[in-house]
Every structure is written in C-alpha cells, then in structure tokens.
Design a protein around this ligand. Sequence first.
Ligand code: FES
Length: 133
Amino acid sequence: MHILPAEALSDTAYATVDVLLHSQTSRARQANVLVFRYQGRLYAYVNHCMHMHRPLNCQEDAVFDPERRWLRCSMHGFIFEPDSGVCRSPVCEGQALRAIKVVEQDGMIVFKEKQLQVLAVHPVKTASGHKHD
Ligand code: FES
C-alpha cells in the first residue's frame, strides 16, 4: 500500500495516515499511524499514547523532543524510543507503541501489513518541538 513519495518525508518531518486495521478475531478498527524517519530509517507506529489514549500530536504538531532523541507525546510529554516504540516514562515503562511494518520501495513509502487498509494520508508536518528556554 503506497502512502507517499519517499522524498516527501525528510528527517525532520512526519506523516499521519488514517487506516483500518482488520483482525480475524474482532471487528476492523480505525487507527491513525505515525510515519517518520529516525537516523535515516523509516518507522511507523499506531499513533496512540497509552497514557490517556490520545494521539502523540494531539496538543501540538511536534512528535519529537527538540534534540530528536525521543518520540514525545505532546499532551504530557511521555517519551518513547523511536526505533522500538518502547515507552521510557515511568507510568508506562515497558509498554510500547504498536509497530506497523513500513518500507521504502521504488521511491515510495509503503506499508507492509496484510491486515491494513489505508483510508487517508494527511499532509506532512515538522516533527521536532521548539526549545523552551
Ligand atoms: S496522553 Fe500522552 S503523555 Fe499523556
């Protein structure tokens, strides 16, 4: 499932994609997926912070800290390892964002999940937050 041209996603940007996740055991459910690059590699996670069940960009557009070390929920600042989705904030320590398989293929960013249907691709946004001095 092609979602956008690879060149559209720079290292300082992310895209969000509305999808339908099918399951053999329960009804399909709608979700939003966050797609970004980290140290040159592509990653995608269901955009759902387990703290209060909000998207990471619910409060601000930024989904990274200013140094781009952590994925960071804009609501209360919970942080996640960008390359594993594992939460590093004490309240959700050990839990992880659900990873979605994503690759770059023929110049396009493509989801590699059989049970996933793309509904809408939203405009690319800037990933890092501002420094608060
Ligand atoms: S909802 Fe994400 S940190 Fe609270």
